[in-house]
Design a binder for this molecule. Sequence first.
Ligand code: XMP
Length: 513
Amino acid sequence: MDKEMIIVLDFGGQYNQLIARRVRECNVYCEVQPYTISIEELKKKNPKGIILTGGPNSVYGPKGLFPDQQLWEMGIPILGICYGAQLITYVLGGKVSPAPSNEYGKTEILVDSKECLFKGMEDTEIMWMSHSDHIEIMPEGFHVTAHTTVCPVAAMENPEKKMYGTQFHPEVMHSVKGKELLANFVYGACGCKGDWKMDSFVETTVDEIRRKVGDGKVLCALSGGVDSSVAAVLLSKAVGKQLTCVFVNHGLLRKNESEEVEAVFGPEGPYDLNFIKVDARQRFYDKLAGITDPEAKRKTIGEEFIRVFEEEAKKIGAVDFLVQGTIYPDVIESGLGESRVIKSHHNVGGLPDYVDFKEIIEPLRMLFKDEVRKVGLELGIPEYLVFRQPFPGPGLGIRIIGEVTPEKVKIVQEADFIFREEIAKAGLDKEINQYFAALTNMRSVGVMGDFRTYDYAVALRAVTTSDFMTAEAAKIPWDVLEKAVSRIGNEVDHVNRVFYDCTGKPPGTIEFE
Ligand code: XMP
C-alpha cells in the first residue's frame, strides 16, 4: 500500500518514539528506524520526510553517529532535532561546539522567521531544551529561525535544500507549540496530506503479518491484558485459525483473572480462536522458590513462560512464530538499541537467550498504550476490555517484594481485589490509570483483639499517567483509602498494616520490581 510516510532516524535519544507518535497524531504514518539503515532500504520506504533524533553523543567526539552519506543528497525534507540538528551542521560544513552554558528545561524561544517551522506562532514560544553542545556556525545556505538568550541558533533552515534543525525538542509535552512545529514540517515542508488513521494501521499490519506468516502456524502468548488481547485479535484477523492463543496461569494472576480471561477468549467467548489454558501454577512456584532478586525473578518467570509455550507449540506441531503484545514503553524501559532479548525482556519478564521459535512477532511494538487502545477499538474489542488497566506479564511476581510463595500470592490477591472494588465503588476506576496492591517484605507488630500480631504490610499504589513513562501518585479521597485499609485489615489474613505509596515516577516506577 502506498502511503505517506515519515521516517524517524534513531540516534539514541530518549524521546524518539514520541516524535513518531506526534507525527502519527498529525495523521501521517511514521516509523522509527536505526540510523544505520541502508539508503536502498530507506528509498524502498519512499518517505515524504526524515526526522533525525536527538542522542547522547557529540558529533565531533569519537562516538559521533553518522548515517549513510547519501542521505544528504536524497532531496527529501529533513528535520534534525538536537543531535540531529548538530549532525546537519557538522556534515554540511558548519561548526558544533560545547555550549558556553547548558540549557535544560522549558526555555523561551525568540522566533526570527515565521515562514516554515514557526508558521502561525507567536514572537516568543516556550520549548524544551536539553543540550550541552550547540551550533556555533551554521552551514552555508542556512539562516536562523529562532534563538534564545544563550543559544544563537535555537532553530535554523535552508528552504532550498528543505533542511531544518531545532536545538530544542518539539516532541515533548513541555514544548507548548511543539506539535504545531512538527505539523508545519510534515504538512508544510514535506507536503503530506494527513489522511492516515489508526484503521490504516490495522490494515497495513494485517497485510504485513499475512505476508510474513504465509501458511505458518502462530502461537500467541495471551495474558488477558490490553496489549496481548489486542495483539491476539489483530493476529486472529490476519491469520484466523492458524493462530493458537495460549493462556498460562502462572499462579501470579489477580483474583478471578483466569476465569475472566477464559470467559472472553475461551470457547464460550465472542472470538473464533484456538484457545489453550495451561495451569502451570505449581511449576512457577517451584522455580521461584528462594529467589528474591527482582531481575532474577523476572528472568525466571520469563524463562518458564517460554518453556511452557515451547511445550505447547510442540504439542500443536510446526509452530514458527510467537506473538507478543510488547508495546513501546516496554521497549524503552528495557533499554533502546539493545539486543532483541533485552528489548523483549520487559514484556514477559525476561526472555531467555535461546528461544525455540523462528521469529517473534510484536505488532504493537511501536505504539503507546493509548494508541494500542485505539487499535483495540478499531478491531471491535469491547470497551471494558480495551480500557482495562495494565497488568504486567510477570504478574504479582513483581508486586511481591522478596520471595514469592503461594501464601503471599493469596494475600496480595485478596488485598488487591478489595482495593480495586473500593476504587470502582467510588467511581474512580476511569480516572486512575493503574491501581493495585503489592506486598512489601516488611513485617511488623500489630494488635488484633487482645493478641499481638507480627504480620505483613500491604502497599497500595494508584497512579495517574498518560503514557506510563512518567506517573503521579493519584490523590485518592481519604475516605476511600480509609475504607480499603480497614477492609484489608479485617478481611485479609496475615496483614496488620497498610501503606499508600505517594511516590511518583520518577523516582519510583509504577511496579515495585
Ligand atoms: P514501570 O513499573 O516500569 O511500569 O513503571 C510501566 C508500565 O509497564 C507495566 N509493566 C510491565 N508490563 N511486562 C509487561 O507486560 C512487564 O514485565 C512489565 N513491567 C512493568 C506496568 O504495569 C506499567 O503499566
